[in-house]
Design a protein around this ligand. Structure first.
Ligand code: NAG
Ligand code: NAG
Ligand code: NAG
Ligand code: NAG
Ligand code: NAG
Ligand code: NAG
Ligand code: NAG
Ligand code: NAG
Ligand code: NAG
Ligand code: NAG
Length: 652
């Protein structure tokens, strides 16, 4: 009852947003616990025993390269050379891959308890890139079983007693409410979804996910994965010795046969494969079986998955490989070769996919499998790495990349909700990879015809100062400039002299910045941040900073060490982006038009303890574009209202 009520109110709530006049409850007495920033020292990290997602390890930034690359170089965007430019891309290029077993933490407990921070995070991306693509799956999809109901209105339940395989992923029971929460999220923030059909037991395909997923998600379901990392099945004990690409391909045939014999399944043309981890098989080994031609009518996407390294030994023991030292690994993420080397094994496949008219998606990736590395995966360096990697994937004609999100036990999460028993006083932790996704969405934009990107091989190919140009309708519109060096002296800040035509009299620049590649948390995008650990409700905080640079022939853009600059070449487009981002004042008690029931407010991360009584409302004039109107919330009131208000603000 209450759930339905809340949902209805949530709908009202969103209709109401058009006029931004909504009443919300706020708590009267709740004291927001101040979470001090995670100050870290080597000693603290050595003794740290908490969850990986909040590990305080801070590494040493790599030494300043010697010799230093040139600190001034030219980029001529009008030399007519756009050869090698990518296929058209969208601002939804970077999406997320959410491990199915953590959907209850990330999306919400059930369809009446959506996590508002998650909505905010998606809304930020939608605003920049038009929509967001999210995969729900991973190893836990492989044994997922649809059940009618679970205790306490839950939508998923982990059978923790029956853990198997190196990533210790438990068998999973779920209800159709998982699809309802996804559908609810789609309706609110334009998220499109990928799902996967359990593939461990091919003599007994569990097709409910295809049937119910299609029925409930409709057009928001992009596709269904047929097998997850089949090249690792044998190694992990899910297939017998000798399991080969041709066996996998036969099994996909069995799946299609089973689906075509299931009257509940209406769509047979949205499968995704082969999703090889590029561990024990190359994609070519699958292409060479004739996989794509054989199932051309059934395949909507081709896919691969890959992580550049793994931290399995540290996580699961020496039998899973040699331990790797995060400090020694760090420099490997901090130059242009990193993304290029990751993409190189797939260049033949992106070309092959184009020849077959199929999009190729990097379906699951991140800094390192088995949780990533402390100090690497959660550092500012990872934000630069993720952005360069994403741009390299786009330039190389992939059609999307999904950054993996695990639970509290991993270092690489783009976003992490607080541990459930701390959710009443802590907020989310936004990791570097989310910043990569945010900037990528803005770099590629939401133009109808898409954008195209090219690697400029800048600065005579220096690996420390890569740059890309982004084109719309054949014209350069944005330039992306990286500086991987950490040098507090300022001597490694460089200047790019961009020539984009005599008509370009000024450009605008947004920076992605931090003091060091090793910094954790409080990174800034255009002056705004999601703060440190446990500090975010999913919305950027602070005033947006956009720099205007006057050009005299060429435009001189400074890029700090470390840092990233996105240069907007055209007129007022930055301003357009800005108008979509505005704060909301939640405390004025005027113009109430809709009431949101408490149940809805509880979606905001369990701030429900102190939510009885009192009203707040969004202000009539909440849609200020100049960033002047800031939160006016007393500390004691910082809770649900803030989150909801924030969400409304970002949605408008
Ligand atoms: C959602 O979860 C809450 C709390 O666990 C529960 O009270 C509620 O009944 C659930 N809603 C549905 C529709 O199952
Ligand atoms: C989990 O393991 C226990 C003990 O081995 C077994 O009895 C039970 O059936 C298993 N549950 C599932 C869902 O496989
Ligand atoms: C959310 O899902 C439920 C189904 O559980 C549905 O009844 C409700 O209308 C949805 N709410 C919104 C806001 O879409
Ligand atoms: C696969 O499903 C069949 C049919 O339900 C069952 O007999 C068999 O035990 C299952 N195999 C595994 C490995 O679970
Ligand atoms: C590229 O892929 C195709 C299809 O698998 C294969 O036939 C060809 O040999 C590959 N080329 C290279 C250079 O790997
Ligand atoms: C640059 O990155 C590549 C790929 O990870 C790595 O092999 C190389 O050692 C790095 N170069 C330096 C100078 O750190
Ligand atoms: C991407 O595709 C375009 C169009 O087919 C092609 O011209 C370009 O060379 C490709 N880029 C790469 C890196 O393969
Ligand atoms: C939360 O649960 C963990 C694990 O059970 C426990 O170690 C921790 O002390 C709890 N924290 C709080 C604030 O209750
Ligand atoms: C560019 O790099 C090449 C080799 O990497 C080097 O031989 C050449 O001198 C460099 N040119 C400039 C202008 O630095
Ligand atoms: C280098 O960039 C940083 C960050 O923008 C800035 O604070 C510093 O003043 C710059 N130093 C020089 C020498 O330009």
């Amino acid at each position: 009852m209450r759930g339905t009520m809340s949902s209805m109110c949530l709908v009202l709530f969103f209709f109401g947003m058009a006029s931004a006049q909504i009443t919300v409850y706020y708590q009267r007495t709740f004291q927001h616990t101040q979470v001090t920033s995670t100050v870290s020292t080597t000693a603290a990290s050595a003794s740290y025993t908490g969850a990986a997602a909040y590990d305080p390890t801070i590494l040493e930034a790599p030494a300043i390269p010697d010799p230093l690359p040139a600190m001034q170089f030219d980029l001529d965007l009008l030399n007519g050379d756009t050869s090698g430019i990518s296929i058209p891309q969208t601002g939804a290029f970077v999406g997320f891959s959410i491990e199915m077993s953590v959907t209850n933490q990330l999306l919400g407990k059930n369809s009446s308890y959506i996590q508002v921070p998650f909505l905010n995070l998606m809304a930020n991306l939608k605003k920049r890139g038009g929509r967001v693509n999210v995969r729900v799956g991973g190893n836990t999809q492989e044994t997922a079983v649809l059940v009618d109901s679970l205790d306490g209105g839950r939508m998923i339940h982990k059978d923790v007693e029956n853990v198997s395989n190196p990533t210790e992923t438990p068998p999973l029971d779920y209800t159709t409410d998982l699809f309802y929460i996804m559908r609810n999220i789609s309706d609110l923030v334009n998220v499109y979804w990928y799902l996967g059909i359990p593939f461990y037991n091919t003599s007994n395909f569990q097709l409910a996910i295809a049937d119910q997923g299609q029925t409930i998600l409709g057009d928001y379901l992009l596709g269904l994965q047929a097998g997850n990392e089949p090249d690792l099945y044998q190694r992990h004990g899910h297939r017998s010795e000798g399991y080969a690409p041709s066996d996998y391909v036969s099994e996909v045939g069995e799946l299609i046969y089973a689906m075509s014999n299931d009257a509940n399944i209406k769509t047979l043309n949205n499968l995704i494969g082969p999703s090889v981890a590029t561990g024990d098989w190359t994609p070519e080994m699958v292409w060479d079986t004739g996989f794509v031609d054989t199932y051309s009518d059934n395949l909507a996407y081709l896919s691969v998955e890959h992580y550049p390294s793994d931290n399995c030994a540290a996580q699961y023991g020496a039998e899973y490989g040699d331990p790797r030292d995060p400090q020694a690994m760090f420099p490997r993420y901090l130059n242009h070769t990193a993304g290029q080397a990751l993409v190189k094994p797939y260049l033949n496949s992106t070309s092959y996919a184009q020849s077959k008219g199929k999009p190729l998606v990097m379906f699951e990736t991140n800094t390192a499998s088995c949780g990533g590395f402390p100090g690497v995966s959660d550092s500012f360096g990872a934000a630069l790495w993720g952005l360069d990697y994403a741009m390299q994937l786009a330039y190389s004609n992939f059609s999307g990349a999904l950054m993996h999100v695990g639970g509290q036990g991993v270092y690489y999460n783009p976003f992490t909700p607080p541990p459930t028993n701390q959710s009443t006083f802590r907020q989310w932790t936004i990791g570097p990879i989310y910043y990569s996704a945010l900037v990528m969405a803005e770099a590629l934009g939401s133009s109808e015809s898409g954008s195209q990107i090219t690697d400029l091989n800048a600065n005579n190919g220096s690996i420390y100062t890569p740059a890309y140009a982004i084109y719309e309708s054949g014209n350069p519109v944005r330039v992306a400039l990286f500086n991987y060096i950490t040098d507090p002296s300022g001597a490694s800040n460089y200047t790019a002299s961009i020539y984009a035509g005599d008509g370009v009299q000024q450009v605008q620049v947004k920076y992605l910045s931090a003091d060091s590649v090793s910094q954790k948390g409080s990174f800034k995008w255009a002056g705004q941040t999601f703060g440190d650990h446990f500090a975010s409700d999913g919305r950027l905080m602070g005033d947006e900073e956009v720099h205007t640079i006057l050009c005299d022939g060429s435009c001189q853009v400074n890029v700090p060490a470390p840092g990233f600059a996105l240069v907007f070449l055209g007129g007022d487009e930055v301003v357009d982006v800005e108008t979509q981002t505005f704060p909301t004042t939640v405390q004025t008690r005027t113009a109430n038009t809709a009431t949101v029931a408490g149940g809805v407010l509880e979606t905001s991360n369990g701030h429900h303890l102190a939510m009885m009584g009192g009203y707040g409302s969004t202000s009539k004039g909440s849609a200020k574009k100049n960033g002047a109107e800031r939160w006016k919330v007393e500390p004691g009131r910082l809770g649900v209202v803030v989150l909801l208000g924030i969400f409304m603000g970002t949605m408008l």
